[in-house]
Design a protein around this ligand. Sequence first.
Ligand SMILES: Nc1nc2c(c(CN[C@H]3C=C[C@H](O)[C@@H]3O)cn2[C@@H]2O[C@H](COP(=O)(O)O)[C@@H](O)[C@H]2O)c(=O)[nH]1
Length: 366
Amino acid sequence: MDDVDHDLLAFMREAMGLTAAVKKGPRETGVLESARYIFDNSIDIALDRDSVVQAAESIYNSIRLKSYSTQTWSEHELHPKAKNENTLNFIFTMDVLNFSFWSEKSEDKRFSVVYNGKKYTGYWSLVALMNRALDEGIPITCPFFVSDPDICPDSLLEYVFRSDSEERIPLLQERITCLRESGMILCERYDGSFANCVREARHSASELIMRVADDFPCFRDEFRFEGRNVNFYKRAQILIAGLTDIWACFNSTSYGSFYDISSVTMFADYRVPVILHSMGCMMYAPKLEGHIRARKPIPSGHPWELQLRGTTIWCVELVRREIEKNHPGSKINAILIDFYLYDTAKVMEEQGEDMIPTHRTRSIWY
Ligand SMILES: Nc1nc2c(c(CN[C@H]3C=C[C@H](O)[C@@H]3O)cn2[C@@H]2O[C@H](COP(=O)(O)O)[C@@H](O)[C@H]2O)c(=O)[nH]1
């Protein structure tokens, strides 16, 4: 066996794997099927058909009236404007860390980042702190840097995640672990560039989601519900949405073009269920509603939490189907509905509207 050419063997194995992948075609994510299964087996959350129909019409009208488009993503002052391979690493890093910003503290005490004289909380505090680090010459989006504790010790990362208020960033240690682990995998498998991973998915969004979930454990947002495996892939899906938007209208052959973008569902986390509940679309069993209103924690993977996530995805899908039925050709997909609902939920919260609180699940998944 000594004279076996191991390089040749490895090459052949890879070629056979690639051939198999090409023959099989892109993989499905199973997120929508998971959501439907959860909804069908849900005993604590129901959807109200009439409210879903009404919500669909009102969402459709607002999106049209406000000329709302997914390009609002790249228009935001903190999101990257350049379109090169570094931008891909920026979006990748951002979505490695894009989880759990909710706080029990008041607005002035909760984790915040002041950047260019403006104070950011929630999701925007993450984007702000990444920009802050890059401005200070700390290459937080470089996987070779973040995966090497000699040049990038924990103390430096703690500095990167520092707060401009009383509260520290939630799940700091988990963020450091996710950052280092995904950085190392990106270096080993993709030469340190997320662009290589995107290229290998050959313009299939579902293949890219599966590749990210397979290769990077911190994107493996998978659970068991009523005897079945269910997937949400929230951060992997929002990552694809970011790529799509920044490259929209840029070059149809570039990194952000996916022929199956409609297979991406909404991103199941803690904002959208709130607005769907306030629109009367999602209805909770009294015990669950009381628990959420009392701001009591729900452990990650608890049947309540899985029902909240799965039913939200299914509800947005019903809204999408309703819009498609009544306004054929409008091309409104789940990503656009999600962005619209997410942004609207935040505005409603700022205006002090009376809404159910966000459910309290601390996890790296969202
Ligand atoms: N479903 C959904 N969840 C989203 C986003 C975004 C980023 N949205 C911007 C990008 C384009 C849009 O136009 C938005 O302006 C963050 N999140 C999640 O929310 C949580 C943080 O929330 P808060 O504490 O309120 O800041 C956290 O889990 C984070 O992962 C979204 O769009 N949809």
